[in-house]
Write a protein that binds this ligand. Sequence first.
Ligand code: NDP
Length: 296
Amino acid sequence: MAQIIDGKKISSEIKEEIKSVCSQLVKEKKQLPGLVTILVGNNPASKAYVNSKAKSCNEVGMVSKIEILDESISEEELISLINRFNNDKNYHGILVQLPLPKYINESNVIKSIIPEKDVDGFHPINVGKLVIGEETLIPCTPYGILELLKRYNIETKGKHVVVVGRSNIVGKPIANLLLQKRDGANAVVTIVHSAAKNISFYTKQADILIAAIGSPKFIKAEMLKENVVVIDVGINRVEDANSPKGYKIIGDVDFDEVSKIASFITPVPGGVGPMTIAMLLKNTLIAYKHLTKNIE
Ligand code: NDP
């Protein structure tokens, strides 16, 4: 039976570490790190994400602000608000909740955040730095995966990591991060996507399998070798008559069968998911550190 990689526990540890840095800043009467989250429209799921980010900020003692904008706001108005926060010394991180309404060009908006405050790590300058192995703000979900591997002492050097999915927010950045020679990642990386003819051919070779597909229970035990380490990024809502909500959240991996052959596995929920918010806080702290030089 696989050892469970407990993302909930690790994320709490990271939040505690950040909380103690913030308490120290209070003691030293220094400015606190601040995160502003911008939401356009009132999509209930996005609103819930934004609220939980703000709640986590408050829990660790950071300053947080939510800007909710009317769906009718123009791209120019949104960018001008971002510019205001680019110049606001109270906020060290700026996060625009995606997706944006279709008429707003997401890429223009991401590029309008100064890279130093881009705590999502989506700005092309930060993406470029990540690819060439320079220190930068790393997108939160891949950053969370790195942290889980590190804190469970899972060796990546020389290991074959197979990433299923090539999105800009998960698949591509985690593949690039694990490929880096520095920081001990140093893995051999394969990226698989929907054009792959025989996915099992690749997944069966994985020492570490990262599933970021968006397809419930897509990865089966027969697609993997024994003792593989499995990181399940997927968050899929499926109907569940037994749940009071009428649905439940499951991953991209068939947990019941894969956990019998894997050496380590992340559950869904409670694996990668909780790490994403923890790493957003960590990124805000890193941005604060660079912008203020208030901490070592
Ligand atoms: P995207 O939809 O952007 O990307 C999915 C990727 O999976 C694409 O590259 C796609 O290939 C590939 N794919 C889809 N179907 C197949 C298939 N049948 N065979 C092989 N590859 C396939 O999703 P994201 O990367 O944004 O998210 C992936 C999952 O992770 C989702 O469930 C999402 O909810 C979850 N997620 C979880 C987060 C967390 O905090 N835990 C954060 C972000 C995402 P192609 O490029 O060819 O279309």
